[in-house]
Design a protein around this ligand. Sequence first.
Ligand code: URA
Length: 235
Amino acid sequence: MRLDKFISESTAYSRKDIKALIKQKAVSVNGIIAAKPDEKVGADDKISVNGQEISYKKFVYLIMNKPQGYISATEDKHYKVVTDLVPEEYRHYNVFPVGRLDIDTEGLLILTNDGAFDHAVTSPKKNIYKKYFARLDRECDEKDVNAFMAGMEFKDFTAKPARLTICDDRKEAYVEIAEGKFHQVKRMFERVGKTVVYLKRVAIGGLELDGGMQLGEVKEIDHSILTAKLYGKGD
Ligand code: URA
């Protein structure tokens, strides 16, 4: 591919910046100062800008501990969006959220610019379970566990059997669902007469939210580690 494409896809530099950097002799290919932006390079070539080597990266995978108050979108007229929290160094990748969390839901969210990955992970066929921690307005009981385990019929979809684990404080529970339909967890609790007052996603498949991540924090994750974790668990 062209040298300027390689650099612009892997860094925040625009094609215009790269042209200027090449003029300033700040770009090298395998130790030789580059002369032209359209010079042909491959993924194995050692490209450096201002002496710093750049590794080629077309796609990026980020994990976020989403705070409340942000919608799972890339732009909105009225609300803050999750991509507002993406650090500057990743902005040029134009990432988008994989699946959605409600504005008032916290927790684990993946962002990427890899459309095929998004499609694979959100496909219902993949059966990747999502685990949530919920706080309710009332105590849960065994009847709720059975109701979740039986699956639930809604007018727009049928929820597959879901695992409900009640905590010592019976107003708190973990729930694992196979789908990710609009307001699904809230609607399932509503069905058993409870209102969700706080919701946090704690895992997607075998990928768990790192307890050390602050709300709003974003971390890059390697594609192979991410997919191994996602598919490492689930029914
Ligand atoms: N279910 C919900 O009700 N809300 C979410 O944000 C995610 C799952």
